[in-house]
Design a protein around this ligand. Structure first.
Ligand code: SAM
Length: 155
């Protein structure tokens, strides 16, 4: 597992991250590897990419890491994440409610094994559209938000 390395390598990256949450993510992401659950990983609300570092560390080279955030912070996040994952990283510099994100529900329907929603809750459209979108994106795996961890299974 990567938690100790995460702590060291992410120390200088600004962010809003609870170490306890990242430790839990680390555990479940590693469990997915053990259970041979493969798929893309998605984070909505990236900021400078601090929590995304854990996803980059855990993603296999062939698994896509998709990072969604409309702000200029993701430009720096792209550089940071590039140090941990050199291929199959996709940055969508748009809101989760954008057309580009909705396209994922068609193009990558049920292809994600991990989705993190760390965009600050509050605006109604973000809460409703994102949680709704998640059910289309996730195939079999885990959805982590700042307040909950939900396991989805599909037959
Ligand atoms: C609390 S920060 C995320 C923390 C980040 N995961 C970290 O590791 O530090 C919230 C981020 O959500 C982004 N955000 C807010 N509304 C969004 C939306 N509708 N779609 C995608 N990102 C959004 C903000 O731009 C901000 O960078």
């Amino acid at each position: 597992m990567y938690f100790e390395r995460f702590r060291k390598d992410s120390a200088e990256v600004p962010g809003f991250v609870m170490p306890e949450s990242i430790a839990v993510w680390d555990f479940f992401l590693a469990e997915q590897q053990v259970e041979r659950v493969a798929g893309a990983l998605l984070e909505i609300g990236v900021y400078y990419g601090k929590s995304a570092i854990m996803l980059a560390m855990q993603a296999r080279p062939e698994e896509e890491l998709v990072l969604v955030d409309p702000t200029h912070f993701v430009d720096q996040a792209a550089i940071t994440i590039g140090k941990f994952k050199s291929e199959n990283v996709r940055i969508i510099k748009k809101k989760s409610s954008s057309h580009a994100c909705w396209a994922l529900t068609k193009d990558q329907k049920h292809s994600f094994r991990w989705i993190t929603l760390t965009a600050i809750p509050g605006p109604k459209p973000l809460k409703t559209t994102s949680v709704w979108q998640v059910s289309y994106w996730l195939k079999k795996g885990l959805f982590a938000s700042t307040t909950s961890l939900i396991r989805v299974t599909r037959s």
